[in-house]
Design a protein around this ligand. Structure first.
Ligand code: MG
Length: 275
């Protein structure tokens, strides 16, 4: 399967932070956003190591899903090792998409932490990833509403990251690519400033991926940009599959996978995918 893409990416320190601890990769076949944490030195180092590791993967061409997961495991160990000497406690989120040329997984979305990947398919805008955060766990348990989560004192606390030294637990989804699909990868510096409906609107009215990335960044800056802001937009221009190419969802990913045909948008135009 050959997937042609166009993309745009922006990353910005924002208005309140002294430095940018986010990092982005926009190099087909891999696109990603990482949001580092761990103090002055640690955050930048951790997100940088994650993006460097994925860049090395992208340099080798289309990875298999196992190549991708191996690369993430190596990144996890590298951050943990550097953390022991350079910046104890550092870590990073990581979310993104990888285009894989063959096998069952043509497009893999991956996530650890509270950066997010969204899919705009037609008029349906769907958050693909599930935040690994304290507030998301409280929402899942029915103890907190999404609105309450926006002001919760622990809204920045994540429950999974790369480099933590704990067992690596990364979510991934295999999604059937469709021409016209648009993926948005972003750090929480975007999603904590803008409602999903605003993000959906801005994406819809900026068909060009570079313009879309800039429009989203500008909106986050106008909203205050209290954190670093990173945005990667990837448009699938064409998807060329051969008739005997197995397409569709990999059973292994169920029930986390997105439905092959996105559901009609609900009133608020966004919802979590079923897990
Ligand atoms: Mg952040």
């Amino acid at each position: 399967m050959v997937i042609e893409v166009a993309w745009g990416a922006r990353t910005h320190t924002g208005h309140r932070r002294a430095e940018n601890q986010d990092a982005v990769l926009a190099q087909p076949p891999v696109f990603a956003v990482a949001d580092g944490m761990g103090g002055h030195a640690g955050g930048q180092l951790a997100s940088g190591l994650a993006i460097d590791g994925l860049r090395a993967l992208a340099d080798k061409g289309e990875p298999s899903r196992l190549d991708l997961l191996d690369a993430v495991r190596s990144i996890d160990r590298a951050i943990e090792a550097r953390g022991e000497t350079d910046a104890p406690g550092m870590g990073t989120t990581l979310t993104g998409i990888a285009l894989t040329g063959s096998g069952q997984d043509h497009l893999v979305v991956f996530n650890i932490g509270d950066s997010r990947s969204y899919l705009l398919r037609g008029s349906s805008f769907v958050q693909l990833t599930h935040d690994h955060s304290v507030v998301q766990e409280l929402i899942d348990q029915g103890e907190l509403s999404a609105e309450q989560a926006e002001h919760h004192p622990e809204r920045h606390v994540i429950t999974r990251s790369l480099g933590s030294g704990e067992h690596l637990d990364i979510d991934w989804w295999s999604i059937e690519p469709k021409p016209g699909d648009r993926y948005l990868l972003c750090s929480d510096g975007l999603t904590k400033e803008l409602h999903a409906s605003e993000i959906h609107h801005l994406l819809t009215y900026s068909p060009d991926p570079t313009s879309a990335a800039q429009a989203l960044l500008d909106a986050a800056l106008n909203a205050g940009a209290r954190d670093n802001v990173s945005v990667v937009v990837v448009n699938l221009l064409s998807v060329d599959s051969t008739p005997d190419d197995p397409s569709g969802l990999d059973d292994e990913t169920n029930p986390r996978a997105v439905a092959p045909t996105a559901p009609p948008p609900s009133d608020d135009a966004i919802r979590e995918m079923p897990r």
